[in-house]
Write a protein that binds this ligand. Structure first.
Ligand SMILES: Cc1cc2nc3c(=O)[nH]c(=O)nc-3n(C[C@H](O)[C@H](O)[C@H](O)COP(=O)(O)OP(=O)(O)OC[C@H]3O[C@@H](n4cnc5c(N)ncnc54)[C@H](O)[C@@H]3O)c2cc1C
Ligand code: SF4
Length: 340
């Protein structure tokens, strides 16, 4: 590992200010010379591999602000501090009962040890597991902008079929983010320029021509809160994760569903797909297909067709289209049959 500096400020303002004082503060966060570290489970891993190369780490794990570690449920919804541990959120009773899709997405992520260390903010900003990104001997537009993409004609079984570009086909691998898309969450951020709120669905950017620019965040901008609006029907929500190994593995395909049923008809539905796309992916075409009608194997199948109509497979990952369709049908029917 390369030598690096380390700072552990006590306030959020100081943490953001340290990064803002750097000359390259306008660089995308993962390419900036100073970067935040929370639980460190992604950052330390990628620093050891030489993928992440900050000169200065700013540890936000011990910031004094108690709101960063709080889970606050109210009639308006639930607010999750960015430093809440994954395991704390998955075990929280308000989340388990009111928003099962969140608890299920976290329970199936990583290992218990990692979930005890990792923060929710760090989880949603984790970087791809693309093998060519993780091995610095390969060309990678995301790691080294303009260098090429070894995955395009390489072994791309893990790669995305939705939201791809001719510069990058890396999958977004997190689980929790799909639950947040399906629940219509937003995130609050703080930087020396003040605070802002954005829809969670706008946080991650499609790779397009600039796969190294992964989110809307600036290098000196911290996620502070995740805000999930109240939805009584979120009790009928579910996360289905398909993986190569039933434990401690990233999704090959996953589906988050939040379903509002009235007399057997779909009054409203939100669907997000994971393991299949370059960003946490809202399957709006599938939602439109289902709204106002019955939910059965036939209508779910039609929705699944719609969800993958724009899929663009490469040599080794075409199987993800049929796997994704089947996962979506199964997730919809399992959510329909939940006892709430
Ligand atoms: C073996 C292994 C298996 C895994 N399996 C899964 C899995 O199945 N599903 C899954 O979802 N995840 C999985 N993960 C990923 C794991 O969940 C993430 O590493 C973890 O959630 C990251 O959280 P952290 O707090 O440790 O982030 P860190 O490593 O500290 O930070 C990650 C990134 O987020 C930035 N950051 C952190 N917090 C903030 C903030 N508040 N504001 C702005 N920037 C911030 C950092 O600068 C960094 O770029 C796995 C990881 C490993 C090592
Ligand atoms: S798919 Fe993206 S992350 Fe993977 S090698 Fe290509 S540019 Fe890099």
């Amino acid at each position: 590992m390369r030598p690096f500096g380390f700072e552990r400020p006590e306030t959020l303002e100081r943490a953001a200010g340290i990064v803002a004082a750097r000359e390259d503060r306008a660089a995308p966060p993962p390419l900036s010379s100073a970067q935040f570290i929370a639980g460190g489970t992604n950052m330390a891993d990628y620093m050891k591999l030489g993928v992440m190369r900050p000169n200065l780490l700013v540890d936000i794990g011990r910031l004094a602000d108690p709101g960063l570690r709080r889970i606050a449920a109210s009639p308006d919804g639930i607010r999750l501090g960015a430093l809440v541990r994954m395991s704390e959120a998955e075990e929280n009773a308000d989340i388990r009962i009111g928003y099962p899709v969140i608890a299920e997405s976290l329970q199936q992520a990583a290992s218990q040890q990692i979930r005890n260390m990792a923060s929710l903010g760090g989880n949603i900003l984790q970087r791809t597991r693309c093998e060519y990104f993780r091995d610095i001997s390969w060309a990678c537009n995301k790691r080294d902008p303009g260098s090429g993409c070894a995955a395009m004609d390489g072994f791309n079984r893990q790669h995305a079929v939705l939201g791809v570009s001719d510069r990058c086909i890396a999958t977004y691998h997190g689980d929790f983010a799909q639950a947040l898309i399906a629940l219509d969450a937003s995130v609050e951020t703080q930087s020396p320029r003040g605070g802002r709120t954005m829809a969670f669905s706008e946080l991650h950017r499609l790779p397009g021509e600039t796969p190294h620019v992964e989110t809307q965040l600036m290098a000196d901008e911290l996620i502070t809160l995740i805000d999930i609006p109240a939805k009584p029907w979120a009790r009928r929500s579910h996360y289905l994760k398909i993986r190569d190994r039933q434990s401690y593995a990233f999704a090959v395909a996953s589906v988050a569903v939040v379903l509002d049923l009235e007399d057997g008809a779909v009054r409203d539905v939100r669907i997000a797909l994971g393991g299949l796309a370059t960003v946490p992916w809202r399957a709006q075409e599938a939602e439109d297909e289902l709204k106002g009608g019955p939910l059965d194997e036939r209508t779910a199948g039609r929705a699944a067709e719609a969800a993958f109509a724009g899929a663009m497979p490469r040599e080794h990952n075409a199987f993800k289209i049929s796997l994704g369709r089947q996962a979506l049908v199964r997730a919809l029917l399992e959510t329909r049959d939940m006892r709430v």
